[in-house]
Design a protein around this ligand. Structure first.
Ligand SMILES: Nc1ncnc2c1ncn2[C@@H]1O[C@H](COP(=O)(O)OP(=O)(O)OP(=O)(O)O)[C@@H](O)[C@H]1O
Length: 229
């Protein structure tokens, strides 16, 4: 069963702007893929539909075989808890330590303090952030801040991780590092969907690539096709 499926999805914003037009694709458990395209191609809209910040004008978005059109009210927060989100700007809480920021999704799920501490420290260690656990976000470099943002997004082991331009404000070397982290970090079984306009960087990752052009899905490139890119 795909973790995520877009079935002929169109999105028109009020005012008539067509952001997505008849987009169909499926994402399997554990798959990593990129969505790329120029500014305005519809990448953010696609992610916003998954996170229920927008609703399709036509067609259906299915998450684990469930049509999201049926998810309403309190179900929206429940749905969002199953998805990890990495933002372009990390959106960490400035007055909380790295450790507390990463712990937050587990605190919201009501896990015991001891269990939270264990999981947070284990993940921070894997990310090379162990020594920064007690620092405030403002005391970290941009790359470190983004790594903390990723840690927070994956700590609760979501079945889907989505990232909108996660390297938007980082230099090329750091961008590659963050993309590699996104590809390798999630537990097995977590699917990862990353929106990025940086086609060169995306191609180098050798993963499946969806290409959007003015809201249309014009290409769905398999990793094998990128072997010589
Ligand atoms: N809230 C909105 N109201 C009206 N039009 C919108 C809205 N959000 C996006 N759009 C339009 O929909 C189209 C797709 O926008 P979207 O933000 O999804 O593209 P994008 O590929 O993520 O672009 P970028 O890389 O610049 O973030 C654009 O033409 C945009 O102007």
């Amino acid at each position: 069963m795909p973790v995520l499926q877009f079935d002929n999805v169109s999105k028109h914003y009020p005012g008539g702007q067509v952001a997505l037009a008849e987009v169909s694709f499926a994402v399997e458990p554990g798959e990593m893929l990129f969505v790329t395209g120029r500014s305005g191609a519809g990448k953010s809209t696609l992610l916003r539909l998954i996170h229920l910040l927008e609703r399709p004008s036509r067609g259906a978005v299915l998450f684990q075989d469930r049509n999201l059109a049926r998810v309403r009210g309190a179900g929206i927060a429940r749905h969002r808890r199953q998805i990890g989100v990495v933002h372009q700007h990390h959106r960490l809480l400035a007055d909380r330590t790295v450790e507390d920021n990463v712990a937050l999704p587990l605190v919201l799920r009501g896990l015991r303090r001891h269990e939270i501490g264990k999981r947070v420290w284990h993940l921070l260690d894997r990310l090379g952030l162990g020594a920064r656990a007690k620092a405030l976000p403002g005391q970290l470099s941009a790359g470190e801040q983004q790594r903390v943002g990723i840690a927070r997004a994956v700590i609760a082991e979501p079945c889907l991780l989505i990232a909108d331009e996660p390297t938007g404000n980082l230099d090329p070397a750091l961008s590659a590092e963050i993309m590699t982290l996104l590809a390798g970090l999630p537990e097995r079984g977590t699917s990862v969907l990353v929106a990025s306009h940086d086609l060169m960087l995306v191609k180098r990752m050798r993963k499946r690539v969806l290409v959007l052009e003015q809201g249309r899905l014009v290409d769905d490139i398999a990793p094998e096709e990128l072997a010589d890119a």
